[in-house]
Design a protein around this ligand. Structure first.
Ligand code: ATP
Ligand code: MG
Length: 237
């Protein structure tokens, strides 16, 4: 199948009476890696939470794999094959790496790769060396990888990664970039939020730039790299 995997139109989201997202529009084609870039508080996490149905007060239209998910509850959206890795790592600290992966296991689906622990250890080689280690005894970067690996155990067709490079050591960032590029090869559609423009440029095909809850720019990574005004206005400090 070809075409759009995700289409967002006129998304407006609220926390209580605070209006946070304003007419956000965003698209991801099947197999694409798309970056959502923006500074602290720009609305990246709120966009992801809105897609997943985790922001109760939202208006607009969100279609995933041809289905309207604008009004579906989070568990149904996840079950349709949309994986989500939030900012705060949520591994089970008492469970081992292997057990954490088992918790995420779901039956294979029609679309998307079919993951096993062995295939995920090929994607994240450092996790392979610590299969029996409790999650609580892993570094932040290793926990970040485990969270992504566990989400992949659900065989999602698309995955939302909220700031995957945040707080990681350079060597781990490189492994993370490699893993995302491998996911792309497997045909998994990826949307990642980032403040790290360099990391985003290495892995992404296209970018959206969000500021104060509005999309200010969209283009290819190449176009963004050439547009110093946009970078200065919305990205660099
Ligand atoms: N639960 C909440 N209640 C009220 N306002 C919130 C809540 N969560 C976030 N906000 C506000 O919504 C706006 C967007 O926040 P959001 O977390 O989406 O930004 P972000 O781009 O993910 O930032 P960061 O890079 O710091 O993660 C900010 O002004 C923030 O203060
Ligand atoms: Mg955030």
């Amino acid at each position: 199948m070809t075409g759009q995997m995700l289409t967002i139109e006129k998304l407006n989201s609220f926390y209580g009476r605070a209006h946070i997202l304003f007419d956000v529009a965003l698209e991801a084609a099947r197999g694409e890696v798309v970056a959502l870039l923006g500074r602290n508080g720009a609305g990246k996490s709120t966009t992801f939470r809105s897609i997943m149905g985790l922001v109760e007060s939202r208006r607009g239209h969100i279609a995933f794999a041809g289905q309207d998910i604008s009004r579906r509850p989070p568990h149904e959206i996840a079950r349709l094959g949309l994986g989500y890795v939030p900012e705060d790592r949520r591994i089970f600290t008492d469970l081992t790496v292997m057990e954490n992966l088992e918790v995420g296991r779901q039956p294979p689906r029609r679309e998307g790769a079919s993951w096993t622990p062995e295939r995920l250890f090929a994607l994240f080689p450092n996790l392979a060396e610590m299969r029996d280690r409790p999650g609580g005894r892993m570094s932040g970067g290793e926990q970040q990888m485990l969270t992504i690996a566990r989400t992949l155990m659900g065989n999602p067709a698309m995955i939302l990664l909220d700031e995957p490079s945040e707080g990681l050591a350079p060597r781990i960032i490189e492994m993370m970039a490699h893993a995302i590029l491998e996911l792309k090869k497997e045909g998994v559609t990826v949307i990642l939020s980032e403040q790290n423009l360099h990391f985003a440029s290495v892995v992404s095909d296209r970018a959206y730039v969000i500021e104060k809850g509005r999309i200010r720019y969209q283009g290819t990574m190449k176009e963004l790299a050439a547009d110093e005004d946009v970078r200065r206005a919305y990205l660099t400090l």
